[in-house]
Write a protein that binds this ligand. Structure first.
Ligand code: SF4
Length: 82
């Protein structure tokens, strides 16, 4: 759900947050985890609703973001950025 330009979705133990105002449309997140991230019509990253990629790919996608716009939580604990 996008609120205050932050997209947050939780599925099972994994929660993903995109701070959309930081996003510079680099799209590396989409390359690393294409089933989890996409760009909207304004080329700003969003979280997809389908079956997500494996956690390692999601974390790799977050790590690839040049502006650290993606945060990952597992069981409520922030795993990226550290
Ligand atoms: S990698 Fe970061 S800057 Fe690039 S599209 Fe994804 S969230 Fe935006």
């Amino acid at each position: 759900m996008i609120k205050d330009n932050i997209d947050v979705v939780k599925k099972d133990d994994i929660e993903i947050k995109i701070i959309r105002k930081l996003c510079i449309s680099a799209a590396t997140c989409v390359v690393y985890a294409p089933n989890t991230f996409d760009l909207d019509e304004e080329n700003i990253a969003i979280i997809k609703n389908e079956e997500w990629d494996k956690l390692e790919k999601i974390i790799a996608a977050a790590q690839s973001c040049p502006v650290a716009a993606i945060e990952i939580f597992v069981k409520g604990k922030k795993v990226w950025p550290k």
